[in-house]
Design a protein around this ligand. Structure first.
Ligand code: NAD
Length: 273
């Protein structure tokens, strides 16, 4: 891609997980527009191939690396393929997650909990560990993971999701300390209400009223913070998170809970003394 005058990621390899759509796709395209060779991961080959085709058509360099990032063997194969085709990974952007997982705590079960922990949290461990093993030997690298407002302010009906995002924030600080002596920076982003999930116009209008900046976010809003944290402009920043949320986390007022209203809570008879 030549239209962008800033090329902060020339000669850098960036791997973005869950980049078949939504925020991951926008971030992958953003890195490619600034000169990175981008490995594009998601579960299904056809989605990543479409993203790669778009980047390539725009003059960038990208590689499709479909894999389930919660599976250690598939993570290993994804990194091996990226290294063989593009070179060692300079930037890992952990973005893949299950986002549509709401269930009231009283209706939770072990399979639901395990699946969300595996896809949203264990995947960050697997990918970060594999990436850091090579980054440490090169004495450089950046790992960025995707949290949520749910890490610090709960979403109703999302105990498992919120626990994974809290885990990601704790892991990020911990990895930042362990990896700092090897020249590896570890940070994260906290998306706010980014419209990637098919809400109706009416739902969007209602929900965006709760955003201090007065509008919902779009995937492109995430690109600036992602690229900044990955770039040398952030050379002295590690163990930190940047919220990209239009001010939501800064405000006292609760957001609307239209996605999980109290009326939808299970009816539990009060029949025990
Ligand atoms: P999305 O569903 O469009 O993106 C998530 C992607 O991860 C999907 O393409 C999905 O196929 C992929 N994925 C799921 N399981 C996978 C697996 N096992 N292996 C590989 N890929 C897998 O949603 P999004 O809104 O773009 O979310 C991106 C990230 O941002 C997520 O981590 C999400 O938790 C976080 N986030 C989003 C919002 C928001 O408002 N959209 C808010 C807070 C946090």
């Amino acid at each position: 891609m030549t239209s962008n005058t800033t090329q902060r990621f020339e000669n850098r390899v960036v791997l973005v997980t869950g980049a078949g759509g939504g925020i991951g796709r926008a971030v992958a395209e953003g890195f490619a527009a600034e000169g990175a060779r981008v490995a594009v991961n998601d579960l299904h080959p056809h989605t990543v191939e479409a993203v790669v085709a778009g980047i390539t058509a725009a003059g960038g360099t990208a590689l499709a690396v479909p894999a389930d990032v919660s599976d250690a063997a598939q993570v290993e194969a994804m990194f091996a393929r990226t290294e063989a085709a593009l070179g060692h990974v300079d930037v890992l952007y952990n973005n893949a997650a299950l986002i549509d997982t709401a269930r009231h705590f009283l209706e939770a079960d072990e399979a639901w909990w395990d699946r969300i922990q595996r896809v949203n949290l264990k995947s960050v461990f697997l990918c970060s560990h594999r990436a850091a093993t090579v980054m440490a030997r090169r004495r450089r690298g950046v790992i960025i993971s995707t949290s949520s407002g749910g890490a610090t302010r709960a979403h109703r009906g999302n105990v498992a999701y919120d626990a994974t995002k809290g885990g990601i924030e704790a892991m990020t600080r911990s990895m930042a300390l362990d990896l700092a002596p090897y020249g590896i920076r570890v940070n994260g982003v906290v998306p706010g209400f980014i419209n990637t999930y098919g809400l109706t116009e009416e739902q969007l209008r209602v929900r965006e009223k709760t955003v201090p900046l007065g509008r919902y976010g779009v995937a492109a809003d995430m690109v600036g913070a992602a690229l900044f944290l990955a770039s040398d402009d952030a050379a002295y920043i590690t163990g930190q998170f940047i919220a990209v949320d239009g001010g939501v986390l800064a405000q006292q007022r609760s957001a609307n809970v239209d996605t999980f209203p109290v009326e939808g809570f299970p009816v539990i008879p009060a029949d025990l003394a």
